[in-house]
Design a protein around this ligand. Structure first.
Ligand code: ATP
Length: 241
């Protein structure tokens, strides 16, 4: 049976001045899976995720959500954590979430639920600016989960987390597909995605170089990644050389 897709992109392109940060990218992100968007620094991962999250506009190409052309109203079903979480430093975890529930018209009871989910119950009066990196990241995730998203977009979600934090986050992410939440996450650290994702896309210089199942072991994944990156470098050298 063909897999259902939550997101597909067709020739998605973002041009900054002369540079194509994302270049004719055609992605297929399956529903109720965890999809890992991999690429070296500057490959175009964040730019891609920002377009899917509606934070920036594509220059060319199209995005489809559940097989329909992407519309702003889809954001009601999308949660995103991209770059550093948008936190108010002088507010507590609860207050930061309250700002968002009030803005979105969500029930306040949802706050305790998301704090429980990300394991941030007992921070009390502590202000967000006093949080560790890991706590800030988890509060950012709590914000992204408030609206019970069907699609969760996470840009380098393990940034700044220690090994225990990474492990906990990985388990949390793995639990999402069974709850009807599709996840797309980006990473440039191969070992981080291995136990987390079902499908991967590898991008290099804004272009898709591989999309498919996660290779069976870390050596195979590393080889695939290195081959893709080297191939791109050779192409670039021929083009510019
Ligand atoms: N607002 C912008 N203006 C100009 N160039 C940009 C802008 N945003 C991104 N770029 C360029 O687009 C390219 C892709 O950037 P992007 O942040 O998407 O990469 P990335 O794969 O997320 O990298 P990293 O792993 O380092 O976060 C880079 O060359 C970057 O310099």
């Amino acid at each position: 049976m063909m897999k259902e897709m939550i997101i597909t992109t067709e020739n998605l392109t973002k041009t900054y001045q002369q540079q194509k940060a994302v270049n004719k990218l055609s992605l297929e992100i399956p529903k109720n899976e965890v999809y890992g968007l991999l690429g070296a620094n500057g490959a175009g991962k964040s730019t891609t995720l920002k377009m899917i999250a509606g934070l920036i506009q594509p220059s060319e190409g199209a995005i489809f959500y559940n097989n329909q052309l992407w519309q702003r109203k889809n954001l009601a079903e999308i949660g995103a954590l991209i770059e550093s979480p948008p936190l108010y430093g002088n507010l507590t975890a609860h207050e930061n979430l309250l700002v968002r529930t009030t803005t979105l018209g969500l029930p306040e009871t949802r706050i305790a639920e998301v704090l429980e989910l990300v394991d941030l119950r007992n921070t009390g009066k502590k202000r967000a600016r006093q949080f560790s990196m890991g706590m800030k990241q988890r509060l950012g995730l709590a914000l992204a989960l408030l609206n019970r998203p069907k699609l969760l977009i996470l840009d380098e979600p393990t940034n700044g987390l220690d090994p225990l934090g990474i492990q906990a986050l990985r388990e949390l992410i793995r639990s999402f597909p069974a709850q009807g939440i599709s996840v797309i996450l980006s990473s440039h650290i191969l070992s981080e995605v291995e136990n987390t994702v079902d499908t991967i896309g590898i991008i290099a210089n804004g272009q898709l170089s591989y999309q498919g199942e996660l290779p069976e072991n870390s050596a195979a994944l590393e080889k695939l990644f290195m081959d893709v990156v080297r191939e791109k470098q050779t192409e670039e050298a021929l083009y510019h050389g």
